[in-house]
Design a protein. Structure first.
Length: 295
């Protein structure tokens, strides 16, 4: 059994925790040199720092319960369904906690909640979009259903399974000691790039979405489109021309000039647009070059 088989088996085995499954993914990603996948696993296990980009599946829609107080210490609990302008975001919750904490929240006897800051409670009350007669909004909280938390864990397990499946198709020995790496096998970068996009979704800090998607408009032999797509990654005009010329001259993605340029990209020696990771850019360049060469 290969390490990829081990991941596939663990992904469908409920006795294997999601955290332990991801540790298996981390081993494979580390051996491949798939830096962004390693970063994803570490973020899932340790939590996402404030200000960092989150995968789409970690932002969920919730209901909001308001607590209104009034005369004679009366208390009324009522769901807030009307969303004032500029406060719509408060009906979503971004979950940055480690997977182990999310698992623990999902195992509670009741749905966990997240309190609104007092300033936003006041802003909602002052908006006037919803009122209870003789009462004012005292507090509000998001209700995070346990089902949504279990769904998040299930998405992570599915992505781990897809990671192994996509690699196994063309690289069955990927992740094994002495197996292929992103650095030793440029074509593996394309597979890793596709896997990374699948994990994070479009528009995160591991890919630049519409910029990198310009690769789809590069047809075989179209030098101008190839050059334009390379420049869209943030590469300078001079360096884009260098890469395009190297691919055209060597007619391969695994020759000295092309490999040398890709090595410079991975090392950070080639400047890229803000938000484009070096491994992702290298994978995108390989994919662009492949389209240009028709391979």
């Amino acid at each position: 059994m290969t390490v990829l088989d081990d991941i596939l088996e663990a992904s469908t085995d409920s006795s294997v925790s999601t955290a332990d499954l991801l540790r298996k993914v981390q081993i494979v990603a580390h051996r491949l040199g798939a830096i962004e996948v390693v970063r994803w696993v570490k973020s899932e296990l340790a939590g996402y720092p404030a200000g960092s980009d989150l995968p789409e599946y970690r932002t969920i829609q919730t209901s909001v319960m308001g607590v209104f107080t009034g005369p004679m210490r009366s208390v009324i609990r009522h769901q807030l369904t009307v969303q004032p302008d500029r406060l719509e975001i408060m009906w979503t919750v971004s979950l940055r906690e480690p997977l182990s904490e999310i698992q623990a929240l999902g195992d509670l006897d009741s749905d966990p909640t997240r309190e609104w800051p007092a300033t936003l409670v006041q802003a909602y009350e002052e908006s006037g979009v919803f009122r209870m007669e003789f009462h004012s909004l005292f507090s509000a909280h998001n209700i995070i259903t346990r089902q949504s938390l279990m769904g998040l864990l299930d998405v992570v397990r599915s992505k781990a399974m897809e990671f192994a499946l996509e690699l196994q198709t063309d690289y069955p020995d990927a992740g094994s000691p002495g197996g292929p790496t992103v650095a030793s096998d440029p074509e593996l970068s394309t597979t890793v790039y596709n896997v990374t996009n699948n994990i994070f979704g479009d528009g995160t800090n591991v890919a630049t979405g519409s910029q990198i998607d310009q690769r789809s408009r590069v047809e075989k032999g179209d030098r101008e489109a190839f050059l334009h797509a390379v420049q869209a990654l943030g590469v300078t005009a001079h360096e884009a021309l260098e890469f395009v010329s190297a691919v055209q001259e060597e007619q391969s993605l695994n020759m000295p000039k092309v490999n040398g340029f890709l090595a410079r990209v991975r090392s950070g020696a080639v400047a890229l647009a803000s938000g484009v990771a070096t491994e992702t850019a290298a994978a995108a360049l390989i994919q662009l070059g492949g389209s240009f060469l028709g391979i």
